[in-house]
Design a protein around this ligand. Structure first.
Ligand code: BTN
Length: 265
């Protein structure tokens, strides 16, 4: 039986403008806010992405952060990014239909027809160190989904939005509500059936194994083949010498994705 605690329901708080919904969610968690609190903002003045990057918070897109209190070890809590990623993937499919190619890209991007539509940023606080077992006090799952704006990024990364893909005007509240339903049901799968089931769902929604990729390892771009992810969510890549690398953080570039000016070129 899993020790994971998941929220029974969500309580959404909508704000007009914040620095980052993750900032507000972290501060609320420190103040004792319940698991399941969702902070949404119409605007972010300092939206953050992974690895210290800026998250372009163009008007009309969806920015939100969910407080979880999973009461588990940090390595287990990190699996929540895959739970979020498959929930975003299903949400995008719900709105744009099966005709589009909606893919999860390690560690936690979602792409539509090879263009990024959403990103996920996890932040957490852990208590216990030394001889005591470390437990995550709170975990913030911050998610940005492009609903109506398509930011132009300096690295030339291809970007899209739900409304661009559907040629319609879907409301961000509707996107959030659909996401929360999927997220709740995948959180239950995670708790009841374990990460390996979540991993398999994620793998079914990701690039095929054997796809040619590049990843930065110790400051060097290494090419190889995508072999999937292991039991703790690390990426497995076989390089040209046949050595299998287990990578716990970084940026992956699939050679089948086009970038005009990405750092791998
Ligand atoms: C990434 O792809 O680098 C992750 C992007 C995460 C962006 C979201 S928007 C809502 C929340 N608040 C932030 O400042 N970041 C996350």
């Amino acid at each position: 039986m899993s020790m994971l605690e998941i929220p029974k329901s969500f309580s959404v708080k909508t704000l007009l403008e914040v620095t980052s919904t993750n900032d507000i969610a972290c501060a609320s968690a420190v103040d004792g806010a319940d698991a399941g609190t969702v902070i949404v903002s119409l605007n972010q003045t300092s939206g953050r992405g992974r690895r210290g990057r800026v998250w372009d918070s163009s008007p009309g897109n969806l920015f939100f952060s969910i407080i979880l209190r999973p009461m588990c070890a940090p390595l287990v809590a990190a699996q929540a990014s895959f739970v979020a990623s498959i929930s975003v993937n299903e949400t995008i499919r719900h709105f744009i239909g099966e005709q589009s190619d909606v893919l999860c890209k390690w560690p936690n991007d979602v792409l539509v027809n090879k263009k990024k539509i959403a990103g996920i940023l996890l932040e957490s606080q852990t208590s216990g160190s030394g001889k005591s077992i470390a437990v995550v006090d709170w975990l913030i799952v911050g998610i940005g989904i492009n609903v109506s704006s398509v930011p132009i990024l300096p690295n030339g990364e291809l970007i899209t939005s739900i409304n661009k893909e559907t040629s319609s005007t879907i409301e961000r509240e509707d996107v959030l509500n659909v996401f929360l339903e999927y997220f709740h049901s995948f959180l239950q799968v995670w708790k009841n059936e374990g990460f390996l089931v979540i991993r398999d769902v994620w793998l079914n929604k990701s690039f095929p194994k054997g796809e040619s990729i590049k990843i930065e390892i110790s400051g060097r771009m290494v090419s190889g083949l995508f072999l999937g992810i292991n039991n703790d969510g690390s990426l497995l890549m076989q390089d040209e010498k046949g050595i299998v690398h287990t990578i716990s953080s970084g940026d992956v570039f699939f050679n089948s994705l086009e970038y005009t000016n990405a750092s791998c070129h």
